[in-house]
Design a protein around this ligand. Structure first.
Ligand code: IYR
Length: 253
């Protein structure tokens, strides 16, 4: 949508609502209408403690790297469950929680996913992505062969629910589902790293529908991200990338 279309749309909705005045429109919110508001649980930290924790958390997350070489060593499932529970604490538009997390540990299923992805990625690299994109990726040494999809003990797939259904069968709108899923994925990444595991954020281009069908998910769920999760291979290397300094990412007024 162009911004103008969006503004027209919002104006029209307001006009329609104004016409109706205060009349009961028969709409029921998705959350309980009489939802209680309770006191916030908040433990205030001293400035010193806050400073230390902010620094420690930065140091921790700054040591995270995207890993493409995985050990086959398994991860206790309880750790994966804790990580996904943590991702599920993310804020979401109107508390719609528009994410479905899928954890694949079955060797057969991982191989099926790998076949789908490698088949598409070969076409992506050779035809769809184009020279500029593949040239930009050269320093990262990526290609369409993705051993990590079967080496990693666990694949976490994040599906974005574009809408869902209320108990009465009515559609429940998932506002800002794109942003909500991105926020949840960011928390997932931090939780994976905090648990001492490694991962890679992948966005399998053109593979969404085939993987969705393989996993038996409904059409209103779209594959957003796929992350192999586990331990790094013994001989794992990563590109020697540098991160932007604060001055390069922050503008203050
Ligand atoms: N999805 C492909 C290509 C790829 C794209 C970007 I942007 C990367 O940062 C890395 C890879 C792949 O996974 O190989």
């Amino acid at each position: 949508w162009k911004v103008e279309n969006c503004e027209n749309f919002i104006d029209r909705i307001h006009a329609e609502n104004d016409d109706k005045g205060e009349e009961d429109d028969g709409l029921i919110p998705s959350l309980p209408e009489e939802l209680e508001h309770i006191p916030l649980k908040f433990g205030r930290l001293s400035v010193d403690e806050s400073l230390k924790r902010s620094e420690d958390f930065y140091v921790l997350l700054n040591s995270r790297r995207s890993v493409r070489h995985f050990s086959k060593e398994t991860v206790p499932l309880k750790i994966i469950h804790n990580i996904i529970k943590t991702a599920g604490t993310s804020p979401s538009g109107a508390h719609t929680e528009p994410w479905t997390y899928i954890c694949v540990i079955s060797e057969e299923m991982k191989q099926k996913i790998r076949t789908i992805i490698e088949t598409e990625e070969e076409i992506n690299y050779k035809k769809r992505m184009g020279k500029v994109w593949t040239t930009d990726l050269k320093p990262l040494k990526t290609n369409w062969i993705k051993e990590y999809l079967t080496d990693a003990p666990c694949l976490i797939l994040i599906f974005k629910q574009t809408y869902s259904f209320k108990n009465d069968g009515q559609r429940r709108l998932h506002y800002y589902n794109e942003q909500s899923v991105c926020l949840s994925a960011g928390i997932l990444l931090a939780a994976i790293h905090n648990a001492g595991l490694v991962s890679l954020v992948s966005t399998p281009l053109n593979c969404g529908p085939a993987i969705r069908e393989l996993l038996g998910r409904p059409t209103y769920e779209k594959l957003s991200l796929l992350l192999p999760v586990g331990y790094p291979a013994e001989n794992c290397t990563v590109p020697d990338l540098k991160r932007k300094a604060l001055e390069e990412i922050l503008i203050e007024f």
